[in-house]
Design a protein around this ligand. Structure first.
Ligand code: TPP
Length: 514
């Protein structure tokens, strides 16, 4: 058995099943090991940003890491933006980066680079393997690092000679991950604060947004009147009539501050204290207004579900409320403004769908309108680096083959990683991509306006519009082997999504947003 086989055997023996890949010469033995060792599904993506975005979607939905297989420093560097998003999402991912044979690296060949430095900012754990005999232990250590609650990114650099040299048969086991429980004192302190006078906001993030956390939060709200609010960009939020209708902290700082204005205290469960996404001249960084007490129930890395359950019990809170009755969603009609778009998507949304939202301005009304949608899982862009949507859907669809995945995709964002469509087609994944073709970076035009540029000049306009030439999304879908459907009104969008869902497999709905 060579080192590459030892590595893949260790991965499969520890329950890993998928390797999102874009390999090169320094990964050939790992590529070959996917055939000589059974049990690992290799999935090719044509750009590393698709590899890492897919691993993010997989990790969010599977609750365990996928492997990525990347080609030296430059290949890894191409995947960094989506690893940045994944790190913000606290997604478990195990990166394998092939490298030159140890002795070859000394000669500084063209693809040589300081991969360890590139990996550091997006890796919670990293190691460069010293020899084939270490690979099983290295992989098990990397996996143990990924399993630290709620999920981490581990990067293992694997020199080519470590892949081809002989390795022992022994397969190492990775330590299980454990979540750090919140102390009884911390729970009691927050319970005491919540018993005091004045309105409270309970801000939920990370695993507090899974079902158990939300149910416990609903009990706390019933006992104390606290307002239940989701962080602005959750990695994974469960929604549906069986769960409370969470509000969501607004994106723009002045809206978020106004939203929190009347609160006396802000209790954080798995969420950070909210800060502005960007600083604006004269604007705030911290969003909680002066005078709002901030209480941390559970930090981002603690067990927020356990903390919420313990808090509900400490407050003698009643049982979780039953199923909410949904208001009938308004029938989609008229223009493809944000409300029309959201109505069309919600009306077509199947039970248990996974919605990946990178729709930027066009999808701005989806969250509030989907309050009355059937049960679904909602994934958002956690780190602000656009180009995650269609790749993330690949991973979500592979992790959950019995569920439909719907991507809400801005056209500008989608063009960063449009090669994702090819992998969706090749793997036959049940994904409906809805692209909002406004031929603009609309949000940047809004930001220009907010920066005080009321009449942008020709250069500023040229850097924020995509219409010359407009991208032909139908041709793009065809090029990658994905059937497309046009939509110009909310009625057409609803019908197109319904037809795409019924057809099955990857589909592209091109919504001509005004
Ligand atoms: C990696 C990265 N590059 C650039 C940006 C800056 N940026 C934010 S939104 C945006 C354009 C989004 O356009 P689109 O997806 O078409 O949505 P729209 O604003 O039109 O609704 C850009 C370029 C970013 N956030 N991330």
């Amino acid at each position: 058995m060579n080192g590459a086989e030892s590595l893949i055997r260790t991965a499969t023996a520890n329950g890993l099943e998928v390797c999102f890949s874009n390999p090169g010469t320094t990964e050939m033995h790992l590529v070959a090991a996917l055939d000589s060792v059974p049990g690992m599904r290799g999935v090719l993506a044509l750009f590393e940003g698709v590899v890492t975005g897919a691993a993010d979607g997989y990790g969010r939905m599977a609750g365990k890491p996928a492997l990525t297989l990347l080609h030296l420093g430059p290949g890894f560097a191409n995947g960094i933006a989506n690893l940045h998003n994944a790190r913000r999402a606290q997604t478990p991912i195990l990166n394998l980066i092939g490298h030159h044979a140890t002795w070859q690296r000394n000669y500084d060949p063209p693809l040589n680079s300081d991969v360890e430095t590139l990996a550091a900012p997006v890796s919670d754990w990293q190691r460069t393997c010293a020899a084939a005999g270490h690979l099983s232990r290295d992989l098990a250590d990397a996996l143990a690092a990924c399993r630290r609650h709620p999920g981490r990114i581990a990067t293992l650099v694997v020199p080519a000679d470590a892949q081809w040299d002989e390795a022992p048969e022994r397969v190492e086991r990775a330590a299980p991950g454990e979540a750090a429980n919140v102390s009884a004192e911390a729970v009691e302190r927050v319970a005491a604060a919540l018993r005091e006078e004045g309105p409270s906001v309970l801000l939920l993030g990370a695993h507090a947004l899974r079902e158990a956390g939300q149910r416990a939060a609903a009990r706390i709200a019933a006992a104390t009147g606290a307002r239940l609010v989701a962080e602005t960009f959750p990695a994974r939020l469960e929604r549906g009539p069986h769960l409370p209708a969470l509000e969501r902290l607004p994106y723009f700082p002045e809206q978020a501050t106004a939203f929190l204005q009347d609160a006396r205290r802000l209790v954080l469960a798995g969420a950070r204290e909210p800060v502005a996404f960007f600083g604006y001249a004269g604007g705030p960084s911290r969003l909680a207004p002066e005078g709002v007490e901030v209480e941390v129930l559970a930090g981002r890395e603690e067990n927020a579900e356990q903390a919420l359950l313990a808090l509900a019990d400490a407050l003698d809170a009643p049982a979780a409320p039953g199923t909410r009755s949904l208001e009938p969603a308004p029938a989609p009609s008229g223009a493809l403004d944000p409300a029309g778009v959201a109505q069309a998507v919600v009306a077509a949304l199947p039970e248990r769908a996974i919605v990946v939202d990178e729709g930027v301005t066009a999808a701005g009304a989806f969250y509030p309108i989907a309050r009355n949608a059937p049960a679904h899982t909602y994934l958002t862009l956690t780190g602000g680096a656009i180009g995650y949507g269609m790749p993330c859907a690949i991973g979500a669809a592979i992790a959950c083959p019995d569920r439909k995945v719907i991507v809400l995709e801005g056209d500008g964002s989608g063009l960063y990683t449009n090669q994702a469509l090819w992998t969706q087609a090749r793997e036959g994944l049940d994904i409906v991509n809805v692209v909002f073709a406004n031929n603009l970076y609309r949000i940047l035009q809004i930001e220009l306006h907010r920066s005080g540029v009321s009449r942008p000049g020709p250069q500023a306009l040229a850097l924020t519009e995509l219409a010359r030439p407009a991208v032909d999304w139908h041709a793009l879908g065809k090029a990658f082997g994905v059937p497309t459907h046009p939509a110009r009104t909310a009625e057409e969008l609803h019908a197109a999504i319904a037809a795409a869902l019924a057809a099955g497999g990857p589909q592209l709905v091109v919504a001509a947003v005004p």
